[in-house]
Design a protein. Sequence first.
Length: 278
Amino acid sequence: MNADELLERYAANEREFLDLNLHGVSLIGVDLSEINLRGSDLSEANLTGASLVGANLREANLKGAILRANLSEANLIGANIAGADLSAANLSGASLRTAQLEDSKLMGANLSEANLSEANLRRANLSGAKLIDAPMNRANLINAVLSGAILEGANLTNAILSGANLEKAKLIQAILNGAVLERVNLSGADLSRAKMIGCNLAGADLSSTNMRSVSISWSTLRGVNLQGANLYRAKLAWSNLTGAILRGAILIDANMNRTNLKNAELDGAIMPDGRTFE
């Protein structure tokens, strides 16, 4: 089926178009809201400016497609979106559970309240994206770029973010319990009131982060860089900070019961009792 036939049938109020071959089709600026394209092949299609509000694209092949479109509340469960361009797309309220988004471009995209649970976002570029209150539990974000992204209230429980770039990202009240954050760049990020119990942050860069009232007990922070970080009233009980850099960090009223600080660098840090470490 070609684009003209699809649009003609859609204009006649037909909505069911399952398992179509639309490889490389151009649908720029069209309105296909509520269309059902489940299992269809839209690889390398151009949907720039299209409206796909509430569309069913479950298990569709969108690999390499240009999807700078309105996909709010769309069903993209299990879809193959690897290498696609979704920069500045509206995906608010959409479901991308188990979707393949490896190497995709999502710069500036709106993914607020979108379901990204178990999605593969390996090496995806989400810089400046909005992920407010987005479920992202068990998502694969290895080496993903999330610099400047807004992840307030996002749920990243057991997500894998090894090597990801979250520089200056906003993770206020985000849930990262059990997440793997080895070698992640969180410098200048806002993690205030985040829940990070049982995380692995070995070798991570947390310099100049705002971690006010963060819960990060029972976590691995071996060799982490926390220079100049604000850990006011943070909960660090039972965490391992062996070899961590805490120079100039603020630890006032922090809970450091049974925290392992072996070989940690504490010069200039303000300790829980308000004294400056010398």
